[in-house]
Design a protein around this ligand. Structure first.
Ligand code: FE2
Length: 468
């Protein structure tokens, strides 16, 4: 049979079918078009709206990490009384039957998006080196049960994580760094944030993004944040001060100078003296406080963190006043390690730090290995500056998001910096000796430094092109 043998009615049916299919496709495309036109960007007020369910749950310390643990969380204002329950963790599912309950301290915070209640509880009387389970809520609405381990009451090996500025694109591009850090060191004892957690001090959305990036890790691994210049908010009149979010969001020690409660503090974790300072203000008061804390200190290791670097790693930046006021105290007490941010680049000194007061060294105090301090600047978020390499910096980086894992074990401090993709970028070993001296063993991996291609001036560009 050939095509001319097909009856005419068959052609009609076929033609009608083709027309119907075309009409249906057109209608479907039209509906898809109108559906995509209906998609709108979610409003921050909706995304970060507080509810009766706890969110922004974060562990911090306000007292001894061996026997206490603080937790802070947020709810809608309908929750007028926050509650927390805690018990020693057990592998059996009925562990919660032995839980005891505490009533939270609750405060209200009105932000650019909403008004919320922030609740905090400090669990006390805990047993050192013990795994606990806890949850927070209001009696009807509860978080999941989280677990944390108290510190040992004496020196004991541990690791912790340190982040430079997170600050920008927190949900989009910082989250991968905090999560990769956790994957590298899931048993980390705590996370240090050296300031500029967010970009706009009073932006509830940015705080929501910061808490969202750390997510449940914040509820299981304690945080030690200190404020950067981006946590400074404009207060009434012309003065500036700590973001209104800071103190409701975190429950931190109140043992710093007056006026710097929860932004300048010290605590001891398993034989290590940790000191967080607020480099935005009251430099002289903090210098006197630091001198007193370190004069009374009996711990072998001292690690400080503050935002503005003693030695800048970014072009055209220098914190001379801070260096002149704080470095003599750090030198006097032979602080081991200073962890900083602010310069959106990576760089660190060796053990023998410059004696000169200028950012660019004119000499090293190599004669006195007893007084050296290792200063680190790092960045974890995506905002990047041009690096300024000083001759006393064995490793620097540009355009690189990083996190650092620091291990302490007796007389040894092992430092590792990793890129956001989990590759070791920098390392050293710091050792305390019986005579009181210290040595630094460089362990910089044999990989190229990550630096931007140099920007050539016009005559150099022409000469370079002529060589091609
Ligand atoms: Fe910053």
């Amino acid at each position: 049979m050939n095509i001319f043998d097909i009856p005419r009615w068959c052609f009609r049916i076929l033609l009608t079918g083709i027309v119907l299919v075309g009409l249906c496709q057109g209608l479907a495309a039209q509906q898809a078009g109108s559906a995509s036109a209906a998609v709108v960007k979610a409003s921050p007020a909706d995304v970060y709206r507080p509810t009766v369910l706890p969110d922004r749950i974060v562990l911090t310390w306000s007292d001894d990490p061996a026997t206490t643990q603080s937790v802070t969380w947020r709810t809608s204002t309908e929750v007028v009384q926050g509650l927390a329950e805690i018990t020693i963790a057990d592998a059996g599912p009925t562990f919660d039957q032995a839980a005891t309950r505490s009533v939270a301290v609750t405060e209200s915070l009105t932000t650019d998006l909403s008004t919320a209640h922030y609740h905090s509880v400090t669990f006390t009387g805990l047993t050192p080196k013990t795994l606990y389970a806890y949850r927070v809520g209001d009696g009807k609405n509860w978080s999941e049960w989280f677990q944390f381990r108290t510190a040992a009451s004496t020196p004991d090996p541990f690791s912790f994580i340190y982040f430079g500025d997170a600050q920008n694109d927190l949900r989009s591009k910082w989250s991968r760094v905090v999560r990769e850090a956790w994957r590298t060191a899931p048993k980390a004892a705590f996370m240090i944030h050296a300031g500029d957690l967010i970009n706009r001090a009073e932006s509830d959305q940015e705080w929501g993004e910061w808490f969202g990036a750390g997510a449940w890790m914040n509820a299981m691994v304690p945080n030690l944040p200190i404020p950067g210049n981006h946590e400074q908010a404009r207060m009434s009149g012309e003065t500036s001060g700590l973001s209104h979010h800071w103190r409701p969001s975190f429950t931190l020690p109140m043992n710093g100078p007056a006026g710097l409660e929860e932004s300048c503090f010290t605590l001891v974790y398993q034989g290590v003296r940790l000191i967080g300072m607020n480099s935005n203000e009251k430099h002289a008061e903090q210098a006197a406080w630091l001198d007193k804390v370190l004069t009374e200190n009996t711990e072998k290791w001292v690690i400080c963190t503050f935002h503005h670097p003693i030695f800048s790693t970014a072009k055209l930046r220098d914190n001379r006043e801070l260096r002149e006021i704080w470095k003599p105290i750090l030198d006097k007490h032979r602080v081991d390690l200073v962890l900083q941010g602010h310069d959106h680049t990576y760089g660190r000194t060796g053990l023998e730090t410059p004696v000169a007061t200028a950012n660019l060294s004119t000499g090293f105090n190599t004669k006195d290995a007893f007084s050296g301090t290792v200063y680190v600047v790092s960045v974890s978020g995506p905002k990047m500056y041009n690096v300024q390499r000083s001759p006393f910096m064995p490793r620097v980086a540009e355009d690189t998001q990083l996190y650092q894992i620091i291990h302490l074990d007796g007389d040894r401090l092992s430092y590792e910096a990793y890129t956001a993709t989990g590759e070791l970028y920098d390392a050293f070993l710091l050792t305390h000796h019986a005579d009181g001296s210290r040595t630094l063993t460089e362990q910089v991996p044999d990989t190229p430094e990550r630096l931007r291609p140099p920007v050539l001036k016009e005559p150099e560009k022409k000469a370079s092109e002529a060589l091609k």
